[in-house]
Design a protein around this ligand. Structure first.
Ligand code: FMN
Length: 335
């Protein structure tokens, strides 16, 4: 069995916390991070995380049970904080003895961190700033993910390189901080571990693993794409907020810009009120990730991908991706 002594030493706190062999988390990706990919990642020594997304408690219940049937290893569940049934979803995780719950999508609502911890699970939160990281750790979060704007999916405004410099020197000695966003190779993992990170989280690099159920056309779009194709959505009108999402440029992203202009014009003409205008913008992408991942509509759907997409060139088993990342990291640390 290959060993990675330098890497293992720096990942020790992360692997102890996650209960797996490598402190490489596969970030939850809606529609992609279901039983097959999650189990494959965990079976390969990484840490898989189920993306609950908009699932009902019943669906999550089934997904966790199905994942447990495929792996005896630890895995987590990612819950979106604004899900209307958040506390019911927490209860489902508790029923299954899920060991780690990741809270994504904003500041956790009152009582949610406590509810997870009462069930005995660890809580992992996302921190977009140093101040918020400190606040979340004070409120009981056991670990943090700091994610830069290079990442695929919903993003903040700051790059991974700056976030890590702001947060790791301040918090990493006493807290468990996992770094995400733009990681495609093990050398980058080595650099964040040397800065004090307990581990890393990758999404884009794992989205096209052999075990990922993403549509073959979704995977092909990844293999064809370069870093510069993974662009953040742009807000056209200051009155109509757009939460930035990083995805591959396509017909849908162009039409989204046109849609914003059209809605702004209707607003100016008094033909729609502000509420209706904002709703039209919000609803534009409804179901769009599913269209891309499951149906393979990579022209109109949302092909969420991070800037590391240029380093995804072929379908590979999750275990091979993890082994490659670990050996690149080990070689860099040994140097
Ligand atoms: C297709 C796709 C879907 C994603 N969906 C989610 C999600 O549902 N919840 C979440 O917290 N993060 C989501 N993410 C972010 C990932 O969990 C992860 O943090 C991110 O991909 C890491 O950055 P990287 O893409 O540069 O590796 C998604 C990312 C991608 C590429």
């Amino acid at each position: 069995m290959t060993t990675y002594p330098h890497t293992a030493a720096l990942m020790q706190r992360g692997t102890d916390f996650l209960g797996c062999e490598t402190a490489i988390m596969c970030g939850a990706m809606s529609w992609v991070s279901e039983r097959n990919l999650v189990a494959a990642i965990s079976n390969a020594g990484g840490f898989g995380v189920i993306a609950c997304g908009a699932m009902t408690p019943e669906l999550l219940d089934r997904e966790i049970a199905a994942t447990k049937a495929l792996t005896a290893k630890a895995f987590g569940v990612n819950l979106i904080t604004m899900h209307p049934g958040l506390f019911d979803l927490i209860a489902v995780c508790r029923k299954h003895g899920v060991t780690h719950v990741v809270l994504a999508g904003g500041i956790p609502p009152k009582g949610s961190v406590e509810a997870i911890k009462e069930g005995g699970a660890k809580v992992i939160c996302f921190a977009p700033t140093l101040a918020l990281a400190k606040k979340l750790l004070r409120s009981g979060a056991d670990a943090m993910v700091i994610e830069g704007m290079e990442a695929g999916g919903h993003i903040g405004p700051v790059s991974t390189s700056v976030l890590t410099q702001e947060i790791l020197p301040e918090l990493a000695a006493d807290h468990l901080i996992f770094v995400a966003g733009g990681i495609g190779r093990g050398e980058a993992i080595a650099s964040y571990l040397e800065m004090g990170a307990a581990g890393v989280q990758l999404g884009t690099r794992f989205a096209c693993a052999t075990e990922s159920i993403a549509h073959p056309d979704f995977k092909k779009a990844f293999f064809r794409a370069n870093a510069r194709d993974a662009t953040a959505s742009v807000q056209v009108d200051p009155r109509l907020p757009v939460i930035p999402v990083r995805a591959l440029k396509n017909k849908g992203t162009e039409e989204f810009t046109a849609k914003q202009r059209e809605v702004a014009a209707l607003l100016d003409a008094g033909e729609v009120d502000m509420g209706e205008a904002q709703l039209q913008i919000e609803h534009f992408w409804a179901g769009a990730l599913r269209r891309a991942v499951i149906d393979g509509d990579v022209e109109n759907g949302s092909v969420m991908a991070g800037q590391s997409v240029g380093m995804v060139t072929k379908e590979e088993p999750a275990a091979d991706i993890i082994a490659e990342l670990m050996s690149q990291c080990e070689a860099a640390l040994a140097r």
